[in-house]
Design a protein around this ligand. Structure first.
Ligand code: PXG
Length: 291
């Protein structure tokens, strides 16, 4: 069956799902998006994702022309139309078609696109053995220029760091903020564990995305009796952490066992990380909005 894409209020076949080359999402990266997952017929944290889409849009003064509830039903409809139970869902709202100048007021109608497709999973080995990652020399965007809290269509900052990861032959790169504090990876938030019961993640003001998986994991950890702190830390604290893992919609909870050629803790996937991975995957399957 041909995939059906939601495009400005209509469902069109994948090969006809096209936007103008004058769309400012394409010309300038002017727009916002969300990456959402469905597990066994439930869309995980759908409302939270759509709330964040509106927060991102507000920050770039993009008025989404339909209500939150309409986007939520459009997401569910898109997944249904494609007969998916486990899916990767991409919601994109761009500034829309304008002229060749960057002025967004020349774009009268934002483009709204929802794509639902099969999810491409990371290799199982990453979860069993843990990732080896590097620190990128590219610093995360400073919030005073373009807030990392905006999930915008302009991912060049992260892509620059991803290129460094590729060159280093590793799947992810850690990004520091302009002050040298740990921020996040190119598409994931980061956590470290100190001892057996203190989990630390950089605060939002370090210049990171307010990750939905990050929030879930903070809640899960607290329920397990682990202290969770949002604190600034440097590479020194990571190198000397007992455990480390990343969180994100695509990766879920993924262990990190080596960074910049330093083994973290035992150099093996940590016990607390394992418990959080298990609990996250249990919850992701049962919570969420029914398709
Ligand atoms: N930081 C950055 C920079 C991200 O892009 C996260 C953290 C984790 O946030 P969530 O809310 O997902 O826990 C992200 C998320 C993709 C893709 O297609 C990227 C993300 C999520 C889903 C898909 O590359 N990034």
């Amino acid at each position: 069956m041909e995939r059906m894409v939601y495009l400005n209020g209509e469902f069109v076949e994948k090969q006809n799902a096209k936007v103008s080359v004058f769309d400012h999402g394409f010309l300038y990266g002017d727009g916002v998006f969300e990456g959402i997952r469905a597990y066994e017929g439930n869309v995980f944290k759908l409302e939270e994702h759509i709330d964040r889409l509106f927060v991102s849009a507000k920050a770039i003064k993009l008025t989404i022309p339909i209500k939150k509830e309409e986007i939520i039903s459009a997401v569910l409809d898109t997944v249904r139309k494609n007969n998916l139970t486990d899916a990767y869902i991409r919601v994109v709202v761009s500034r829309g078609e304008g002229d060749l100048g960057l002025n967004p007021t020349k774009c009268p109608r934002p483009s709204i696109i929802i794509i639902a497709d099969k999810i491409v999973l990371y290799p199982e080995e990453f979860y069993k053995k843990g990732l080896s990652i590097i620190t990128a020399s590219t610093r995360r965007n400073i919030p005073q220029a373009l807030s990392p809290r905006i999930k915008s269509l302009n991912y060049l900052n992260n892509i620059m760091a991803k290129i460094e990861a590729n060159r280093g032959g590793v799947p992810e790169a850690l990004m520091l903020n302009n002050q040298g504090y740990v921020a996040e990876c190119t598409g994931d938030n980061i956590f470290i564990l100190k001892g057996k019961d203190k989990l630390i993640t950089p605060p939002l003001h370090a210049g990171v995305l307010d990750g939905i998986t990050r929030n879930s994991v903070m809640g899960i950890a607290a329920d397990m009796g682990i202290e969770v702190a949002e604190e600034l830390f440097t590479l020194f604290e990571i190198y000397n952490a007992d455990e480390c893992f990343l969180t994100g919609t695509a990766a879920e909870v993924i262990p990190v066992v080596k960074i910049d050629d330093r083994e973290i803790g035992s150099g093996k996937v940590g016990d607390i990380t394992k418990s959080l991975m298990a609990e996250f995957s249990r919850i992701a399957k049962i919570e969420g909005e029914k398709i």
